[in-house]
Write a protein that binds this ligand. Structure first.
Ligand SMILES: [Mn+2]
Length: 397
């Protein structure tokens, strides 16, 4: 490492010990191998550019990150993995779950994966202050979407659990783009199928508790944690719910939280105790007796002013930087087994801002997994059991 942290040839000012100066140094240590491979592949598959193009790294047909407005909309322009049997060859698998039949008010989250993928084209794989370049440090694929059944939650849940179990058991880190929050039950069920006798804690960012048994006579997006915490691998005492509050929290769900003793912090709790204390609260409870942590990030945990494109917007939520700060600290300090980002509804969105927020949650999570050494995975985490358990919960009806 070249040490230029204290002086600069062109300035008589000392460089202060700031995050910005550390970031400048970190960038110097990142490789360019992934980028060079992308350029070579682009020139081979996309042909060398017309003679008038001076920059000879540019191909005729766009085949990589550039230009950002071109190309096929996978997440972050990651390779589309058509053959999902090969998903275990990647560190991270992005999957869409375009299911919004569990929605009780504003629908449209079936377009969430499309919306998130589209605006993710705006992002580079590099983050300045974190000093991470995902293209250089992990392998990422987009496996496309689960085939959900719009008229039937239960059949969709079966499809989702099967798909997530496949990705999770392969060893690829699953990142799930919803979809409404009803998918939280089948995603956790899919992971639990391969936990054997191990346990998972759930850290749930949301304005809503989502713990009632039924809503409108079905298992809707207000219900995932009632059913997920019926699974022996996902105890309710390890469910942490951050940002809950406001005028949309159903009383029947509150009763369940009280009876099962889930761990809730309101936005006021979080701001009064401070972000670090809130993170410690979450980790202590989610990790108590468990082997890994699953993060379920409902985009509506953030104040409605920042995320208009969602099913049940609620003012008074977390600021984006508060949510991202807590998320990053949690990811760095716990063995994370998966992430879902739910409730992005592009038809209600403005300027793609809600989808952009979801993209940020996903990219930040990957970066903090890299920083904490959880990615790339050198071997499959020990909590992944090779054999699938079939029946985790009794038939619901
Ligand atoms: Mn919610």
């Amino acid at each position: 490492m070249t040490d230029q942290s204290c002086s600069d040839a062109n300035s008589h000012f000392q460089r202060p010990e700031t995050q910005a100066n550390r970031a400048l140094q970190k960038e110097a240590n990142l490789p360019l191998t992934g980028w060079q491979q992308e350029v070579s592949r682009g020139l081979e598959f996309g042909l060398e550019a017309a003679e008038s193009i001076s920059d000879r790294s540019i191909p005729t047909f766009s085949r990589g990150e550039l230009p950002h407005f071109a190309g096929i909309n996978t997440f972050l322009k990651a390779p589309y993995l058509e053959d999902v049997r090969k998903v275990g060859e990647y560190d991270v698998a992005i999957v869409g779950v375009p299911h919004d039949s569990g929605t009780t008010y504003r629908p449209g989250t079936r377009f969430g994966p499309q919306g998130i993928r589209r605006i993710s084209a705006l992002y580079t794989p590099y983050n300045f202050e974190l000093g991470v370049d995902l293209r250089e440090q992990i392998t990422l694929c987009d496996v496309g979407d689960i085939f959900t059944i719009p008229a039937n939650n239960e059949k969709s849940f079966d499809q989702i659990s099967k798909g997530i179990a496949h990705i999770f058991s392969s060893g690829a880190f699953p990142i799930i783009m919803g979809g409404d929050h009803s998918i939280g039950f089948p995603t956790v069920r899919g992971i639990c199928r391969h936990l054997g006798d191990k346990k998972v804690g759930i850290i749930h960012f949301d304005r809503h508790v989502d713990t009632q048994e039924t809503d409108l006579d079905e298992r809707m997006h207000t219900c995932p944690w009632f059913h997920a915490t019926n699974i022996k691998n996902a105890p309710a005492k390890n469910l942490v719910q951050l940002g809950i509050g406001g005028w949309q929290v159903p009383r029947q769900g509150v009763k369940v939280c009280r009876e099962r003793a889930t761990n809730i912090l309101t936005v006021t709790d979080i701001t009064e105790m401070g972000l670090d204390a809130a993170v410690n609260f979450a980790l202590e409870r989610a990790l108590d007796g468990t082997d890994c942590v699953y993060i379920s990030f409902d985009i509506d945990c953030i104040d409605a002013g920042f995320v208009p494109g969602t099913g049940w917007p609620e003012p008074g939520g977390l600021l984006p930087r508060e949510a991202l700060s807590m998320l990053g600290k949690i990811v760095q300090k716990a063995p994370i087994c998966g992430l879902e980002v739910v409730e992005v509804s592009p038809p209600y969105d403005i300027s793609d801002i809600t989808s952009l927020m979801a993209t940020r949650v996903i990219c930040d999570t990957m970066a903090h997994l890299v920083i904490s050494g959880q990615l790339p995975r050198k071997e499959k985490p020990a909590y992944i059991h090779p054999e699938a358990q079939s029946e985790l919960v009794e038939d619901w009806r």
